[in-house]
Design a protein around this ligand. Structure first.
Ligand code: URA
Ligand code: CA
Length: 435
């Protein structure tokens, strides 16, 4: 087989075989095929697209390029949730203990945040003592006993995807639905889940800002998952404004605790119930979404979801007393209010700009090497559609370094629009199933 023939075939709009795709991915991973030839192929894929079977083949070739997590020692159907990333997206912290409370095993591999989106591991590390360095035996034992554990990304998961993503980044080929869909799905499948619930965000704070594109990505990922034997469904949800009120690590842990107590923001609570119901049904702990939702609501009301969160923190070395005493979480030195300049209704809160403002305070990383400040961030006091009076606070800024605050305030004023009309956007835009 010759790489040049494969490039030509794709350039001419023909379908590549399983053997050809395996040849490319194996050759690129072990460096027998050079960057320039893979670059040419990526550009051909960018223009010609990929068939359903090519997408499934590419996904599985990337899965097989490195380690695969074996969750077979964990009892039950393992369901994973993946979000395409947003601002103030605290759902993983809540969903884990929530679905674990009704018996769904959650064996979660999570990452750190980059840019304006936060990472689950960073957030959890706001809990004193909490760590994600678990041996695979410990991980399995915790999931079997507590139904929930979180580990950091393993070193050699989907190395082909890492290399391809880096190459796409410098060859203007990131923005291709088949390439994005297989990239995301390869990581989820290598992480060992039997079933996958995807939360595809759309709007200013999302990777896919446009709804039609978000839908296309959701459909592509759902098809790949079901094609390779993992039950997969997707929820398309709004990320035009941040989710919930809190943006920042310790602040989001506090928000997760409130939500597990039944006292969380409405949008965050609803999204967790919707995603959670799908997880419960896929893991066959309930037959219908109504039944699943009722089980989750009961787990919140009874305190079982909150107890599960405490047990989970303790299991991984964390100080579970933060749940009853959130003042033990890292606290910022300064709290500064952002008063509304006029009365009216909040008509827009541009999520990515708000995420950037939080990053400037130190809540997120500008580069992989940046240190983050777990205490700082933003608490929205208003969401789109809320009424506001002149002088009333729109946001509380939690800061340690006052030198950034004026810049942050200016950015927030630019990002939050108050006018005569404002309507809350629909949270759940659509749902995509394999059927
Ligand atoms: N996120 C991924 O993991 N892969 C892509 O290709 C794009 C976004
Ligand atoms: Ca939030």
């Amino acid at each position: 087989m010759r790489m040049v023939d494969i490039i030509e075939k794709k350039r001419n709009g023909q379908e590549l075989s399983t053997e050809e795709i395996n040849f490319v991915i194996e050759g690129y991973t072990n460096e027998t095929i050079p960057d320039y030839q893979v670059s040419a192929l990526l550009m051909a894929i960018y223009f010609e697209g990929m068939s359903q079977s090519e997408r499934a083949d590419l996904t599985m070739a990337m899965v097989e390029s490195g380690d695969q997590i074996d969750l077979s020692a964990i009892e039950g159907i393992k369901v994973d949730k993946h979000s395409t990333g947003g601002v103030g997206d605290t759902t993983t912290l809540i969903l884990g203990p929530l679905v674990a409370a009704v018996g769904v095993p959650v064996a979660k591999m999570s990452g750190r945040g980059l840019g304006h989106t936060g990472g689950t591991i960073d957030k959890l590390e706001a809990v004193p003592g909490f760590h994600v360095e678990l041996s695979s035996d410990e991980f399995t034992r915790l999931v079997n006993e507590e139904k929930l554990a979180v580990i950091g990304q393993s070193g050699n998961l989907t190395p082909a995807d890492k290399k391809l993503y880096a190459l796409r980044d410098v060859t203007a080929t990131v923005n291709s639905i088949p390439l994005i869909a297989s990239s995301i799905m390869s990581k989820k499948i290598a992480a060992g889940a039997d079933a996958i619930v995807l939360d595809v965000k759309t709007g200013a704070g999302a990777f896919m800002k446009d709804e039609a594109q978000a839908r296309e990505l959701a459909e592509a990922m759902v098809k790949i998952g079901n094609n390779v034997g993992r039950q997969t469904m997707a929820v398309i949800s709004d990320m035009s404004q941040p989710l919930g009120f809190a943006i920042g690590n310790a602040l989001e842990v506090k928000e997760a605790i409130d939500t597990l107590k039944g006292e969380g923001p409405e949008d965050l609570t609803e999204l967790c119930l919707v995603l959670g119901s799908h997880m419960v049904v896929l893991s066959e702990k309930a037959k219908t979404h109504e039944e699943a939702r009722k089980m989750l609501e009961d787990a919140i009301d009874s305190g079982e979801a909150l107890n599960r969160f405490k047990a989970f923190l303790k299991g991984q070395g964390g100080d579970a007393s933060v749940v009853d005493d959130p003042a033990k979480l890292p606290q910022a030195e300064h709290k500064i209010e952002l008063p509304a300049k006029s009365s009216g209704k909040v008509s827009r809160i541009i999520a990515d700009n708000v995420g950037t403002a939080a990053m400037w305070l130190g809540a997120g990383r500008a580069t992989k090497e940046s240190e983050i400040d777990l205490a700082v961030g933003l608490m929205l006091k208003k969401k789109v559609g809320d009424e506001v009076k002149e002088g009333e606070s729109l946001v509380t800024i939690y800061a340690n370094d006052l030198s950034e605050v004026e810049k942050v305030k200016a950015k927030l004023y630019e990002s939050i629009e108050v006018s005569s009309e404002g309507h809350a956007p629909a949270l759940i835009v659509d749902q995509v199933t394999g059927q």
